[in-house]
Design a protein around this ligand. Structure first.
Ligand code: MN
Length: 252
């Protein structure tokens, strides 16, 4: 099995190293990842500048491709150019920090998996909660058991998997749950300060909202200590609106 491993935390991130080592049990792993942190760049791609690509020594006698671009750039470049054959699986992560609720839409980690799914490749985004001592190896091991079941399903047209592992340093997970994506985001605030030249600048900050919109969501299950597994679609159409809108009086 040919596996493409990527992330948005950068090619030297420990979460990617842990995922790569776990995936090596399943097949031949090619690492193509951003050279710098690309967290929260969502599904951006580079159109106005060239995308530099370097062979990078990952230690333990392996090399990867470091890409000066976004996670979506990495997957696009890997599939269309760098890998001699199309991968059988794309895995993005393990990301430092959970990707739940509307944060899924900001996530570079998830976007890389979405990009793989664009090409019809089974794709999984893996993230873990950020604590004091993050156990990426443990998170990767748990993700691997989910991935092994996922690939037995064959291709998912237009869909991918989003896996979030709670902070394992806080104790073992309560279990694994298949849940829908919450529509909740963060309780955000902007902190305004003055720079040394007297100019105002802002930095966004916040914390997950305490109230969730339902018990069967990724946000609430994760808060209760569960590993969450959510199938995602990149078709953003509000299918339930189409029939009613056909009755609109739309004409030129
Ligand atoms: Mn990240």
């Amino acid at each position: 099995m040919r596996i493409l491993a990527t992330n948005d935390d950068g090619i030297m991130a420990p979460g990617l190293a842990a995922m790569r080592k776990a995936l090596a049990l399943m097949g031949e792993v090619t690492v193509v990842a951003p050279t710098t942190s690309q967290s929260a760049v969502s599904h951006s791609i580079s159109l106005n500048q060239p995308v530099l690509c370097h062979r990078i020594d990952l230690g333990d006698h392996t090399e990867g491709y470091g890409v000066e671009g976004s996670p979506a750039d990495c997957v696009k470049l890997a599939i269309l150019e760098l890998m001699p054959e199309r991968p059988d699986l794309v895995v993005s992560g393990v990301n430092l920090g959970a990707n739940l609720g509307v944060n899924v839409l900001y996530s570079g980690t998830v976007a890389a998996a979405v990009e793989g799914a664009f090409y019809g490749v089974p794709a999984v985004a893996v993230s873990t909660g950020s604590g004091e001592a993050v156990d990426f190896e443990g998170a990767a091991r748990i993700a691997l058991s989910v991935i092994e079941q996922f690939i037995q399903c064959g291709a998912w047209h237009g869909a991918l998997l989003n896996v979030n592992v709670p902070d394992l340093a806080a104790g073992p997970p309560a279990g694994v749950r298949v849940v829908r994506q919450s529509m909740k985001g963060w309780d955000e605030t902007w902190e305004g300060r003055l720079d040394p030249r007297g100019r105002t600048y802002y930095w966004i900050t916040g914390k997950p909202e305490a109230e969730d919109d339902g018990a069967d969501t990724d946000v609430s299950a994760f808060a209760q200590g569960y590993v969450t597994v959510t199938p995602l679609r990149f078709d953003l159409t509000a299918h339930d609106r189409i029939e009613a809108m056909r009755g609109w009086d739309l004409r030129l």
